[in-house]
Ligand binder design. Structure first.
Ligand code: ZN
Length: 182
């Protein structure tokens, strides 16, 4: 199954919220630029030993794969709602626009938003939700998943996660690297 996903890595390792110790010495544990915990000797987390991989995905903390949030993502037609398209065209929400534009298409793992951009995009999101109340209500209303609105159901949660953890929003394709699928 080929899908696009977005995640924000958790900070349990950094914050000392582990459920069990890593199978290697802590001096041998590092972070990659996406905020993923990995072995110092690995080029990417996907090179990690099976032992470390199993620990990270199942036992390290309360999050599967040490991801604070993760969802299937499809922002390709995020401008297809007329009201959204019109609001965005006004240029009043440049940071949110940047995040969603970055999220439209990606193949290999990509940083869709730094925590700094995410923080600015949250302010844009809230302002957009004032202009289009449907956006802010998505989480509590049934919706048609074929509309362009559905990225908005998740984007605020991801922006919040990024601003909170200091880790970036990372997009990846399920057949590309950093999917951590074994
Ligand atoms: Zn965690």
């Amino acid at each position: 199954m080929s899908e696009r996903w977005v995640y924000v890595a958790c900070t349990c390792y950094r914050d000392g919220l582990l459920l069990s110790d890593p199978p290697i010495s802590r001096s041998e544990v590092v972070f990659d630029r996406y905020g993923n915990v990995m072995e110092k000797t690995s080029r990417t987390p996907e090179d990690d030993s099976d032992e470390f991989w199993d620990w990270r995905s199942e036992r390290a903390c309360i999050h599967y794969n040490m991801r604070f949030v993760e969802e299937i993502w499809d922002a390709r037609n995020w401008r297809s709602d007329d009201q959204v398209a019109e609001a965005i065209a006004s240029g009043r929400f440049p940071h949110l626009e940047e995040v969603l534009d970055n999220s439209q298409w990606f193949t290999a793992a990509t940083i869709l938003a730094t925590p700094q951009l995410a923080a600015k995009a949250i302010a844009d999101f809230d302002e957009l939700a004032q202009v289009i109340p449907r956006i802010g209500q998505l989480a509590t209303t049934p919706m048609n998943w074929t509309t362009g609105l559905w990225p908005f159901l998740f984007v605020r949660k991801f922006l919040d996660a990024s601003a909170l953890t200091g880790n970036p929003l990372v997009g990846y394709h399920s057949v590309s690297s950093l999917g951590f699928e074994q």
